[in-house]
Write a protein that binds this ligand. Sequence first.
Ligand code: PCA
Length: 321
Amino acid sequence: MKHFAIVSALALGVTSAAQADTWDMPTPYGDATFHTQNIAQFADEIAAATDGALEITVHSGGSLFPHGEIRNVVRSGQVPIGEFFLSLLVNDDAAFGIDSQPFVATSYDDAARLWAAQEPVITELLSAQGLMPLFSVPWPAQGLYTNGEIATVDDLAGLRFRSYNAALEEFATLAKAAPVQVEAPDIPQAFATGQVEAMVTSPSTGVNSTAWDFVTHYTPINAWVPKNIVVVNERAFRRLPEDVQAAVMSAAEAAEARGWEMSAAEADAQTKVLADNGMVIVEPSAELTAGLQEIGAQMLENWKANASEAALSILTTYQGQ
Ligand code: PCA
């Protein structure tokens, strides 16, 4: 009897240790960013649904790992889950980069159709790396932040231009600007020190980085609607009890739906915040738009030249819809 009691106590100890999991989750953007807030809610929902059996600790703003390493550390199992900017993986396969190509998908409707075509392809590519996508959420369409009005592409020539991925670097180069890679949390400092003097990003990131402190004009060129993605290490996920796995999947589905709504609400609301803080909002001139579309057309040719069959099938599916 005594022996039995000891054995069950041990068994209980083992069981409760296996039941309570804490996952560290690195993310690239700051706490004021709607993506981070959406992820915080995702974590809360999982903790509540599993009675604390899975607690996710969010490490925002690149505080646990730099943005460029987040995919690799989830892949290696150093952390079980993480968020990153999807098109950063474009060097693995062009399929990851299609949402950052100018003028392919410029509205939320387009972005949703593009994601429907892209999701099965990138799910397979990530699975080959031992990763499973949980949910993906778009940023508001990307606009132009400058000092003074930009009437034509020529006005961008020579500007030190903040960039966040390979596509934006190519875009800036084709506009004869000088791209400089800067992570979102470092934007204010990069402008303050003169490292950069213009950028393309969403109204959300413009507001989160108090763009009115260093630029005067915002031009909503709305050229692409890029996404973040949250991925989980497949082995770490499979180790979870089945009911916890189900709670993660259902919180992920809710987070994707909520994130798209938050993004759409931010597009107008944060543009208004830019205006309320004194920025001049200028609709792009026909000439500027035409010039940017030419750059986009050339970029898409380059993208296609580097695209796998699977990547090209995304475009075919999307354009055929
Ligand atoms: N904000 C992020 C990515 C796209 C966006 O709107 C950034 O500027 O880094």
